[in-house]
Design a protein around this ligand. Sequence first.
Ligand code: PGA
Length: 248
Amino acid sequence: MSRRFIVGGNWKMNGDKDKITEIVSNLMRGPLDPNAEVVIGVPSIYLAYVKSIMPDNISVAAQNCWKVPNGAFTGEVSPAMILDVGGEWVILGHSERRTIFNEKDDLIAEKVAHALDTGLNVIACIGESLEERESGKTEEVVFRQIKALLPAIADNWENVVLAYEPVWAIGTGKTATPQQAQDVHASLRHWLALNVSPDVAQNVRIQYGGSVTAANAKELAACSDIDGFLVGGASLKPEFIDIVNASQ
Ligand code: PGA
């Protein structure tokens, strides 16, 4: 059973209309591996604009959403709104949401459940901090984070991609070695086989994220349990094309 390679760009809170137009033109020039799925996570305020200029072979994601369709939640955006302007995905549980905005596993689970119920696809992020890795707690942490999402995902695994992003590798220039990443991906799959089903373990796509660049993408992409990337900094640069094409 082959899992389609999927590369997500996560622009975070970067870009303006000029920069976005430049990035999209670059994506259109490609050439992009037609076997790779591409999803670009953009600031919510630019979702409709990005969607209006993005070619159809590239999906657009929000980087966060709230857990109900509408109401008195000043400043928030709902999955229904994301869908309404053409977004197909949402990134949830990113470590910046967890640390800077203090989002806990249970809130992330509520958001995941509502996003899936509304019809969005979800990139669900998990990953350990440096301190947790150094104290040998990597598996404990990622298993806890994924376990918290199980009731939210229920039987919607087809609409979920997991992103393993060790926090110490995000935006630091310190990439996990292919072996370190592969080991965690394989453990996650093993855990899913035991706690969800062998079928889900076999079919769910697990992206690696954390300082992925054109220089390290090919070696990471060659690992058997790495099914793509979630790319921050490099998704704003022309080298993103090479990252999308890394599994060719
Ligand atoms: P980075 O970010 O590629 O800049 O390390 C990855 C992410 O936060 O998704």
